[in-house]
Design a protein around this ligand. Sequence first.
Ligand code: HEM
Length: 401
Amino acid sequence: MSQTIPQGLPTARDAGPFDPPSEITRLRETRPVSPMAFPDGHQGWLVTGYEEVRQLMADTRFSSRGDIDVLHEPYENSGMPMPTEPSPTPPGLFIAMDPPDHTRLRRKLIGAFTVKRMKMLEERIAEIVQRQLDEMARLTPPVDLVKEFALPVPSLVICELLGVPYADRETFQGSSAQFLVRDQTLEEKMAAYGAMTGYLAQLVVGKRAEPGEDILSDLARDEDLSIEELVGIGFLLLLAGHETTANMLALGTFALLEHPDQLAALRADPELMPDAVEELLRYLSVGDIFYRYASEDLELGGETIPQGSTVVVSLLAANRDPRRFDNPDALDLRRQGRGHLPFGHGIHQCLGQQLARIEMRAGFKGLLQRFPGLKLAVPADEVKLRTNMQIYGVHGLPVGW
Ligand code: HEM
């Protein structure tokens, strides 16, 4: 069995730009909860089966304090020693906290992200989409869809919601992109984190003194939250709020262009959009890899995961599990594949999922309407894939129309 244990997390997209690495698929078929050796020899676990991933994410004994996705991820493939204890979570980063700390902070945000609040934003988001499309249409193709559309739309939306001046985007887009690079030293990652938190600290101090009409101001009015916590929350929302959706828009467009029959079906039937977005979320699962830490010896999928183990979860693998979805590797916009896990599961399930859905529906709708002849401007195999980043997608997508 030992030669089948992966050495480090497989990331190369050898099966195609939209499919899980073949080693991940093989593991899901043979051992959905599998030991995995980190480059330093430290043994962790890799969970790839749908049921197993779902069960793990519902169980907080798999602690999120080990969600090294947030700060310590560079250990993953860098050859640096894996920590056997999770390091303390910086204040405010509740994605990497367990109850009761997680509960206390997440509760403060529930009201800001209700389905109703997000519905009220629909019109504003459609406006932002149209304005960005106007700007893009003025350019001479080929243009980079990431730069001109996929990244600006969610960035503008989250900036407006949080009360972050969009004019400052160079600061936070650059540092959040750097923060998400996989194989870099902890120093490099912390420098990117420091650049963003330095910027946010100034911003939230200003909001505490003089709050406005935005989510960060509402939080700043709450004296129960320290400045450091406000900074951490701001960091999490700003990062999660633009990188994920941006990559869904760009990689989703790439996937549609590579599946012309599906694209034609969507163009022919705009009512299909909500289901199409769910299927793209499942099929692409751009937020793929997450981390947990076994706080005690735990049984999962017939294996015993010893206390202290780092557990790596692949949501993409789970969302492509043939035991859960028929013909899982097909992009089928009419699938209605309920129960998919692109937003995770359990207490950390994505806080921004309704917002992300509204942005994607408006984004794809606007893009397809505005450019009936949208096409790739380079051969598909020349599109640069984000295999080196924690959120998957494309670095750029040259398109014409
Ligand atoms: C298509 C876009 C998105 C995807 C695929 C996505 C995916 C995810 C996933 C898988 C998790 C769970 C992480 C875990 O269990 O460790 C998560 C959590 C989170 N997401 Fe998203 N997300 C998206 C958009 C957004 C947006 C727009 C926001 C903006 C507000 C956001 C904010 C968050 C936050 C704050 C958490 C942490 C929740 C918690 O720990 O309780 N996400 N997201």
